[in-house]
Design a protein around this ligand. Structure first.
Ligand code: ADP
Length: 490
């Protein structure tokens, strides 16, 4: 049950609310208690002032021999003390007179217990009162106890203590009312809040539940489906959009893989069909002249070579995609590598009467994978020669621009149609399939430029078609130059 976010959220919410309500109750209780006590203390102090004013006024009018007791008696009657007990003690703490002696017991009010003034708690209070000018404390007695206030005063040269005791019963009743109210308000509030919390959690998580069931239904077969975005701006909308863009990327990569597989098998089918056909023809007759066998074997050899090239290229790209092609980086001179590649391609160029020149370059130290760069340069040279008509010209140049080398291979071929320029780096893309395959003598599969671009990028560089028109094309590879000029060519 606790596995559900809805339940967990509701429990948290209810728990926090219960805590807040209990703390609120405690604070209310304490504040209420303090304020009632303060008000009561102020009342008692005011009452004592008025009482003493009456006593002093009456002292003048009371007859001898004990005008003081007479004055106090009048003051007690005058101030009535409906709920309180008034006590006058002398300087030693002996009780001179109390309202319990003066006023008749009143059935309409809660009368104090008869032995209140003899109780140890009152005696203790009185002892405390003798030590201070004014004194407040609790006195036990009756059901709820009393709040006691004492003050010293003098009359006719003698010191006395006035004590007023007020029952705490009404105050306790009020506090009990507050407690009773909270006792039913808190559970009801918690009940309502947990119901509301559960409803809210359910409502706000409903889109997540809907999204997860939608997402659960999306598989390879319906990868084009998307989650419905209910609100564009909130967090769930953001989640749905992120999920959809993940699906978009997955779907694109899935589509790329599918196309790659389809193109790869298509490319492999042709040489395999040629191999099979040629072998079948060779084997169909019992006896054939030796030259025919040699011709057949030569075709088989060419096709096997072409197959090997395609499989190797595919293998390279698959490892590159998986990030598993380890670069064998070392220091060497790029200009020397270009010169070697140009030298290797010279035979190809000569066969087509193409003039192949390397404009040369200053020493160009580089830290790179030499065999991969060789493969890239040979690919580009091979293409330049392949797509340049007889008698044309291929020019290789290498310049250093601040922190990178710009290695360009320009030809005077027919150029690449404008609408195809954006796609020539795609895998298996060939601008002119028939020509590309025929002229390459067993031909490329349209993977050369894809691999060359990957090689440049694997070296933190880039490969671009920088010019292509009816006068020819130029491919430029930008490669980061080595910061170190002292290189070993070993
Ligand atoms: P391919 O094996 O077909 O040469 P690439 O990936 O090397 O495959 O090249 C892709 C396509 O780009 C080629 O089929 C060709 O149409 C075009 N192309 C590449 N280099 C040149 C060039 N120098 N001149 C004209 N077209 C080119």
């Amino acid at each position: 049950m606790l596995d559900s976010i809805r339940i967990r959220l509701t429990l948290w919410y209810t728990g926090v609310l219960a805590l807040v309500l209990v703390v609120l109750f405690l604070i209310t209780y304490v504040v209420f208690l303090k304020s009632v006590e303060q008000r009561m203390d102020a009342d008692l102090s005011e009452l004592s002032d008025a009482f003493l004013v009456t006593v002093r006024a009456e002292l003048e009018d009371q007859p001898a021999p004990d005008p003081f007791t007479g004055a106090v008696r009048v003051a007690i009657v005058e101030h009535h003390f409906p709920e309180d007990v008034c006590v006058i003690g002398d300087a030693t703490g002996k009780i001179v007179l109390s309202s319990l002696d003066v006023l008749p017991a009143d059935s309409s009010r809660r009368s104090p217990p008869a032995n209140l003034l003899e109780s140890p708690s009152f005696q203790q209070f009185l002892n405390g009162a003798l030590l201070a000018e004014q004194f407040f404390d609790k006195v036990k007695g009756g059901k709820s106890g009393y709040r006691g206030f004492a003050r010293r005063f003098s009359a006719r040269g003698k010191n006395y203590t006035l004590v007023i005791l007020r029952s705490l019963h009404p105050q306790n009743e009020m506090l009990e009312d507050v407690t009773d109210t909270f006792e039913w308000v808190i559970p009801i509030a918690i009940l309502l809040a947990s119901g509301g919390g559960y409803f809210l959690a359910r409502k706000s998580l409903a889109p997540v539940v809907a999204m997860s069931s939608q997402a659960g239904r999306i598989g390879a077969a319906n990868l084009h489906e998307r989650l419905s975005v209910q609100s564009e701006k909130d967090e769930l909308g953001h989640l749905a959009r992120s999920f959809n863009s993940l699906l978009e990327r997955l779907s694109e990569s899935f589509e790329r893989q599918r196309r790659f597989m389809a193109d790869a098998s298509h490319e492999l089918r042709t040489p395999v069909a040629i191999l099979r056909g040629e072998a079948e023809v060779a084997l169909s007759q019992q006896e054939r002249p030796l030259t025919e066998y040699r011709e057949s074997l030569s075709v088989l050899h060419h096709e096997a070579e072409r197959l090997t090239r395609i499989v190797e290229d595919l293998f390279t790209l698959t490892r590159a995609d998986a990030g598993q092609y380890p670069l064998q980086l070392r220091d060497f001179y790029l200009d020397e590598l270009i010169a070697e590649c140009v030298h290797s391609a010279r035979t190809l160029a000569l066969a087509k009467k193409i003039s192949l020149t390397f404009e040369g370059a200053a020493e160009s130290p580089i830290h790179a994978d030499e065999s991969l760069l060789r493969r890239m340069i040979l690919n580009l040279l091979d293409n330049a020669i392949k797509y340049t008509p007889e008698g044309g010209q291929v020019t290789v140049a290498c310049r250093r621009n601040s922190s990178e080398y710009a290695l360009s291979i320009a030809d005077t071929g027919t150029g690449i149609p404008e609408e195809m320029r954006g796609r020539i780096f795609e895998r298996f893309f060939r601008a002119d399939k028939a020509r590309s395959r025929a002229e390459s003598d067993g031909g490329g599969a349209g993977l050369g430029l894809a691999i060359s671009r990957w090689i440049a990028e694997a070296h933190q560089g880039r490969l671009e078609l920088t010019r292509s028109d009816s006068a020819g094309s130029t491919f430029t590879a930008y490669l980061p130059a080595s910061r170190d000029t002292a290189v070993s060519t070993g």
